[in-house]
Design a protein. Structure first.
Lengths: 467, 190
């Protein structure tokens, strides 16, 4: 194994730890909905939610970085340039994340001043991390970009997947600079904030996971590079062709001009198309291989990613995105339903697939299988579908009764929160959240245990051959 | 066949991305012009000196904010610069207390507490004691009372911070949001 691949495994491990933290604080946040007044003035809902959603961003980012450190040396048949610096920054990154989480837990918020912005909480959704930590993320991303680009230059060759990846790293990094501003005008603030959130999540991240999945398919089922690269270009054209102006569906109600209603509506309607293409490709690959691959968990998580991305991101997104519907669904639990399903389907499942792929090689196995991964696969997906369904019911309930009938006032909102359908949905979300957490526990056990017997066998065989 | 050549699709991907990016840049320039304070859709910050209501406009087929006669908050008239400074402070209070991680602004944020887009004109403030709506809001922010199923935590706002947030909410309620939220309750009388 290359040093870069060992670093990739460390990132994937750290990513799994952050995945656990995200689940823990997600579960905690769900309790506030069923126990009004829970930990009031001690540990407020906002703090739990911040760690939940920022944990989501960090676990996925670490997963992407880990996946690329894993695949990159195999793609170019050489060690990654600047790997020593990358290894050092891994520990800096982990320490910084730990400090930020501790500050969120124990300090929580500050007074209105620059000190709060730099050292406590920037108070902008998804990018609450204080500025010093945001600068740290930029440094990690710069070193990561250097690793990828310098290795490609040293190798004096590139591949289609690598070219797309390098091109994608530029907007990925540039857009993150949007994590710093402090604008008085909320309309402009949200306008630029959506460049970061939408163009990361619905454009550059989609391309990034496309590259990672392209490598996964080549390594997992021996897919033809020519076919995979053609598909990747088609996906890039479709994702960016629809996703760049699909940004418009966030510009319906923030003060932006009326023409965004039409632009956002039309391009959002097209956004599921590339995701449907991925499903077609996945079904084709699955059929070609008769649903069999040596690394079964990686194969099934890859399929889950394709379907989850299409249904959670594409279908669930489209369902609530046309302005005539969004007028009432926007800012309700309906959005949370889509958010959970989309992040899980589009990115979470993909990161888990790569982890299994990497584990097979690191433990010297030709393939991986067993019972535990099936349990974790089922529990995680059933848990997620249950949460998504519960949030959808709550969201539609809000859209009809609080928004369309109630007139969106504070009283309409507050009386909605006490309606039986809403409360039952919140209980259901909590229960399915527990199912999801059980799935995570089994996943961690499996990631630690799977392939160990084969690994021990290989070591024994090497020892016998050596003697 | 040319469709089996990845470079054919590569050219398509580059062309599509460049074209869509160019359209986005053009729309961004126009949008930023329209949403600058004092622009066609976002009033200047000294609108906090005026009455703001939300009324049905048959021409637009939806609700729009209406700017009325002078209606001061906290008994003083703010100049343009003073209003800008006050609202900058209000925004900083909102970020420092991470309001967006419980509430939504223009529907964006967390869904644990009510949307703040038209909070300034919410009928609920008529129920609270105080001579004027602005004072009632400021008092609520400094020592929140339990509102139905959602108790708001005490985030230890000082009087000047609370006033800055109230001014911010009043300005925000004057932004034209294409009719969102629809059919918002009639504004409370002071």
């Amino acid at each position: 194994m290359y040093r870069s691949q060992r670093l990739g495994l460390k990132y994937l491990t750290a990513s799994t730890v952050m995945f656990g933290a995200m689940i823990a604080f997600g579960l905690l946040s769900s309790v506030y909905y069923i126990l009004p007044g829970f930990l009031l003035n001690v540990f407020n809902f906002s703090t739990g939610k911040i760690i939940h959603i920022d944990g989501l961003v960090i676990w996925l980012l670490m997963g992407f970085i880990g996946s690329i450190y894993w695949f990159l040396p195999e793609e170019l048949d050489r060690e990654v340039e600047g790997i020593g610096l990358a290894e050092l920054l891994f520990w800096v990154f982990c320490a910084a994340v730990a400090v930020v989480v501790l500050v969120f837990i124990f300090v929580q918020y500050g007074t209105a001043g620059e000190w709060s912005m730099w050292f406590i909480n920037q108070g902008r959704k998804y990018v609450e991390a204080p500025r010093w930590a945001a600068i740290g993320i930029v440094v990690v991303a710069l070193v990561f970009a250097y690793n990828v680009i310098a290795t490609t230059i040293k190798a004096r060759r590139t591949t289609g997947i690598l070219t797309v990846l390098i091109a994608d790293l530029v907007p990925l990094l540039v857009l993150y600079f949007d994590a710093f501003p402090e604008m008085t005008n909320m309309s402009q603030d949200l306008f630029w904030w959506w460049w970061l959130v939408h163009l990361w999540v619905e454009a550059t991240w989609e391309v990034l996971i496309g590259c990672i999945l392209a490598w996964t398919l080549i390594h997992l089922v021996g897919a033809s590079r020519r076919v995979v690269e053609s598909w990747l270009y088609v996906e890039v054209a479709m994702v960016l062709g629809t996703g760049i102006l699909g940004l418009g569906h966030h510009y319906f109600w923030i003060g932006t001009p009326r023409y965004w209603l039409a632009i956002g509506g039309v391009f959002s309607a097209f956004e599921p198309l590339p995701l449907l293409g991925m499903v077609v490709h996945a079904v084709y690959d699955a059929g070609t291989h008769h649903l069999q691959a040596a690394n079964r968990p990686a194969f099934y998580w890859t399929l889950a990613e394709a379907f989850g991305n299409f249904i959670g991101g594409g279908v669930w997104g489209f369902m609530m995105t046309l302005p005539q519907i969004n007028m009432y669904s926007h800012g309700t639990q309906w959005t949370a339903s889509h958010g959970h399903f989309a992040f899980w389907g589009a990115y979470g499942c993909g990161v888990i697939a790569v982890f299994y792929l990497a584990l097979a090689k690191s433990r010297g196995c030709d393939g991986l299988d067993g019972r535990a991964w099936k349990w974790s696969f089922a529990l995680l997906n059933v848990g997620m579908l249950g949460m998504v369904g519960a949030l959808l019911v709550a969201g539609i309930d809000q859209a009809f009764f609080e928004r369309a009938i109630g007139g969106s006032t504070w009283s309409a909102y507050l009386s909605m929160q006490g309606r039986p359908w809403f409360i039952e949905s919140m209980w259901a979300r909590f229960v399915f959240g527990l199912v999801f957490a059980c799935g995570y526990a089994v996943l961690v056990y499996d990631l630690i245990a799977i392939g160990r017997r084969e690994e021990a066998g290989v070591q024994e065989a090497v020892a016998v051959a050596g003697s | 066949m040319y469709t089996q050549d990845p470079s054919f699709w590569k050219a398509g991907a580059i062309a599509t991305t460049l074209f869509m990016s160019a359209v986005l840049v053009a729309l961004t320039i126009d949008t930023l012009r329209q949403i600058s304070p004092g622009g066609p859709r976002v009033p200047s910050y000294d609108v906090i000196n005026k009455a703001v209501t939300y009324e049905y406009d048959p021409n637009q087929g939806g609700y729009v904010p209406k700017i009325g006669a002078e209606d001061l908050i906290f008994g003083r008239k703010y100049s343009g610069d003073q209003a800008a400074a006050l609202l900058a402070k209000g925004k900083l209070v909102i970020q420092s207390r991470a309001c967006i991680d419980c509430h939504t602004f223009f529907g964006n944020g967390a869904y644990y507490a009510p949307d703040l887009t038209r909070a300034w004109m919410d009928p609920i403030w008529a129920r609270y004691p105080g001579p004027k709506r602005a004072d009632r809001l400021a008092k609520f922010l400094m020592s929140p009372l339990r509102l139905g199923a959602r108790p708001m935590p005490n985030l230890h706002l000082q009087r000047d911070e609370a006033e800055a947030v109230v001014a911010y909410l009043k300005w925000m309620s004057s932004v034209d949001t294409n009719g969102f939220p629809d059919r918002f309750g009639a504004p409370a009388t002071q």
